[in-house]
Design a protein. Structure first.
Length: 159
């Protein structure tokens, strides 16, 4: 008498398991579990981005003038120039990250009692040019020329 080979399971079919009561219940396939994990990560990222933006806007609202006005304007420029960046706080400063890595940040003058605010980039920013390039800028105010420069630098930093 020839022995029958066990039939291979179809990966697209739902998995089955026996419960404590002896009844069979249908579970999720590996593909379904993977899809649920991906969706959960998407929702978590969206919630984190919303929380990050709220925290950044609250931090900017706490700043004294002229830092508050510059912080609001920088936030708008960065969101417009690089919508893929996620706002978050970094050492208590408004910052913007990509893949959980800070790319740029705004340090109010009052943070360390300096005479000017600072807009800076981390080493994750793609600004490398030759053997030397600027990584931070002193800000005492913003006009159209500075705003255009910042927008171009943020786009380059993310690109």
């Amino acid at each position: 008498m020839a022995q029958k080979k066990p039939a291979k399971k179809d990966p697209q079919k739902s998995a089955t398991r026996t419960t404590a009561t002896g009844k069979t219940s249908k579970g999720f396939t590996d593909e379904e579990r993977a899809a649920m994990k991906e969706r959960a990560q998407e929702l978590k990222a969206a919630a984190g981005k919303a929380e990050g933006e709220s925290a950044v806007l609250a931090k900017i609202a706490e700043m004294r003038e002229p830092d508050r006005t510059m912080g609001k304007r920088l936030h708008a420029i960065i969101k417009e120039s690089a919508p893929t960046l996620s706002p978050r706080l970094w050492y208590g400063m408004p910052a913007y990250s990509k893949d959980d890595k800070v790319v740029c940040f705004f340090q109010a003058a009052q943070k360390f009692k300096t005479r000017y605010a600072t807009f800076g980039f981390s080493d994750k920013a793609n600004l490398d040019e030759g053997a030397m390039w600027p990584a931070a800028f002193a800000l005492r105010g913003l006009n159209a020329a500075e705003e255009a420069t910042i927008a171009a630098l943020v786009k380059k930093a993310v690109g």
